[in-house]
Structures are given as C-alpha cells and as structure tokens.
Design a protein around this ligand. Sequence first.
Ligand code: SAM
Length: 224
Amino acid sequence: MDGYAAKRERMVADQIAARGIRDPRVLDAMRRVPREEFVRRLSRPNAYADHPLPIGSGQTISQPYIVALTVEAARVDEHSHVLDVGTGSGYAAAVLAEIVADVVSIERHAELADGAREVLARLGYSNVTVVTGDGTLGWPDAAPYDAIVVAAAAPRVPDPWLEQLKEGGRVVMPVGTPGFGQKLQRFTLGPERLPRVDDLGGVTFVPLIGTHGLGAPLFEEGDD
Ligand code: SAM
C-alpha cells in the first residue's frame, strides 16, 4: 500500500465511518478516489487532513467528511443521474462517479472547470461531464436528475433545480448566508412536487453565486 492509500484508509476509518457514515457505497468510493490528485502540489501532504484546502480562484476542496455526508444524504445508487453544482477541484464529482451511472458537474470558474476536467479524464472517470456556467440555473440539457448535490451555500433552493428533479429526487445543499450560519439540508421532491426538508447539521461553505443564488462579490481572489 502506498503512503496515500494508507492515509486514505485512515481518513475513512477516523473521519468518516467514526462519524456515522454507514452507506458501504460511499465508504468504498471514498477509499478509491485519490484525493491527492485533486489538490495543489504543495497541499498534497495534507490531502487527507480533516479540513478543506485551497484550490485556487478563492475556492476550496471540501472537507472529506462533508463530501461523504452530502453524497450519503443524496441516496444515490448505480442507476442515478446526478447534477453536481460547484465542481471546484472535481473531487466530489469523482466520489459520485464511483457510485452512480453518470454525473454532470457545473462550475462557474472556467479555470477550475478546465482543471477538474483534465484530472477526471486522466483518472479515467468517463461518466462525468464537466461544464462551465451558472449552476443556479441547473443544467436543463441533461435533466431530469435523481439528485442534485451542491457545494456552495444559498438562502434557498433555486427554482430551476426543483423543476429539473425527478419526482422523489433529492437536492442536498448548504442553506444560509455565508457568515451567518448555514445548515446542510436535503429536499426530497414528493407528490405534487412539494419538497420535504431534512436537516443534516451545521456547515460552512463558500457562497453560491448566480442568478438564483447570491450576487457576485466585487472582488475574488484570482481576479486581475
Ligand atoms: N465539490 C468541490 C470539490 O470537490 O472540490 C468543492 C467546491 S467549492 C466548496 C464550491 C464551488 O462552487 C467553487 O468552486 C465555486 O466556484 C462554485 N460555485 C459557486 N457558485 C456557483 C454557481 N452558481 N455555479 C457553479 N459553481 C458555483
């Protein structure tokens, strides 16, 4: 076992299984995806640490436990067709791709989308399509989805996501305004397209910026 594989096993045992993630599909996926490939070279020694890491453009790769919690809450399986909003490094898309039939992953920063597309292709994830755009609009071309998983916080679920979800489909997203407390929540679309809400605990995410999210900040790291 190489050094990273040993760290990966410890991450799953100590950070993920120990905190109550039980779905064997999620635990196996987290054991398989080489997280060190999704972080900057300088961050590689810390790739399996129990916190987010910077990935450029003022963005982060999420803490491993939060990725596992989000994917487990989405209740996906090998038949699922999933929209991943906020590609970032591409790590969460890779974890999903280990479990589901296919993933469309959308990122508003073109340079992050390009980087994620490159690493996902190099690692052989042929069931992920990375697109650049405003994920608050969803991605109607590939709708409807069994699940929409989101890695950026907004005060409410964007309407296009509920329109692009199958009946019984799930949106898992951080709800709240950055700096004012956020909760990870699951919205399950029931009959008559009314969502049922489950709270999954407090979280801290970057803002979801777009038409149905928050306004763009005046300045972001990486802007000229
Ligand atoms: N899932 C990512 C990973 O595994 O690295 C973590 C991504 S980071 C916490 C959240 C990402 O959401 C950022 O890359 C940010 O640019 C992106 N984002 C924010 N608003 C967005 C929007 N409206 N559409 C698409 N991406 C958005």
